[in-house]
Design a protein around this ligand. Structure first.
Ligand SMILES: NC(=O)c1ccc[n+]([C@@H]2O[C@H](COP(=O)([O-])OP(=O)(O)OC[C@H]3O[C@@H](n4cnc5c(N)ncnc54)[C@H](OP(=O)(O)O)[C@@H]3O)[C@@H](O)[C@H]2O)c1
Length: 210
């Protein structure tokens, strides 16, 4: 059965998945790269990076995934919808290598990139977007790629089977929160926690009814 999965989703101790303001120069606002420093240090990210517990978690991101769904604010900085040539942050060969569905209230024609990534733009409910992505995923799993707003929407709709959250020991104080409005979410999941020597904590949520 095709699952809906989230991987490497990094939050501060106070629950923020990005800082502010999000800009072209600073996609994560005042958080900079601090939320993802743990991942940038792994072999998953960099061939000279470290193996170990962080790498073991990080590389699950790409395994068995046939499509991604992301939010408009992950795809580009505020206002990208006004730029007709914006094709995402990632250059000509984005790291997704699958159909990738961008949720936006201002959809545009699909963009085919190198390496198997095609960006499709959708205005849809989470359930309808998931149905579309699943049809494109060819029997594989669908990853919800973030940001926090979209992850929260899919969690609230009860659509997430597997979620890997990485708690980073920093306090951001402001930005976009992951957990707001999700009181009691833990009741639906079996949760495992692994502490890494790097200082981050890996939390894995697996839906208990699957
Ligand atoms: N911490 C992490 O691991 C992680 C992972 C990924 C991304 N990020 C960061 O998170 C930030 C983005 O997160 P975010 O919470 O601000 O925004 P987001 O979740 O990326 O996108 C939210 C936006 O997507 C559009 N949208 C959402 N649901 C929709 C629906 N059902 N139908 C149509 N459009 C819909 C809306 O944009 P419009 O109304 O403008 O179209 C909405 O404002 C970025 O800084 C990104 O780099 C962090």
């Amino acid at each position: 059965m095709s699952l809906t999965r989230i991987h490497n989703f990094s939050i501060s101790l106070d629950g923020f998945a990005t800082g502010e303001p999000q800009t072209l120069e600073s996609p994560f606002g005042h958080a900079g790269q601090r939320l993802h420093q743990w991942m940038i240090a792994t072999r998953f990210w960099d061939e000279d990076g470290a193996t170990g517990v962080d790498d073991a978690f990080a590389k699950r991101h790409s395994q068995g995934i046939g499509a991604e769904i992301m939010g408009a604010n992950k795809f580009g900085p505020p206002g990208w919808q006004d730029d007709p040539v914006w094709k995402g942050w990632w250059g000509p060969n984005p790291p997704f290598h699958t159909p990738t569905f961008v949720l936006t209230h201002r959809p545009r024609p699909s963009i085919e990139m190198e390496g198997g990534t095609t960006f499709h733009f959708l205005e849809a409910t989470p359930a309808a977007a998931l149905e579309t992505a699943r049809a494109a995923a060819d029997g594989l799993d669908v990853r919800i790629g973030g940001g926090a707003t979209v992850v929260r929407e899919f969690l609230a709709a009860g659509l997430v089977d597997h979620m890997h959250v990485v708690q980073v020991p920093i306090l951001l104080g402001r930005g976009v929160r992951l957990w707001d409005g999700l009181e009691g979410l833990e009741a639906d999941y079996n949760i495992e926690v692994v502490s890494s020597p790097s200082g981050v904590t890996h939390l894995t949520f697996m839906r208990s009814d699957r």
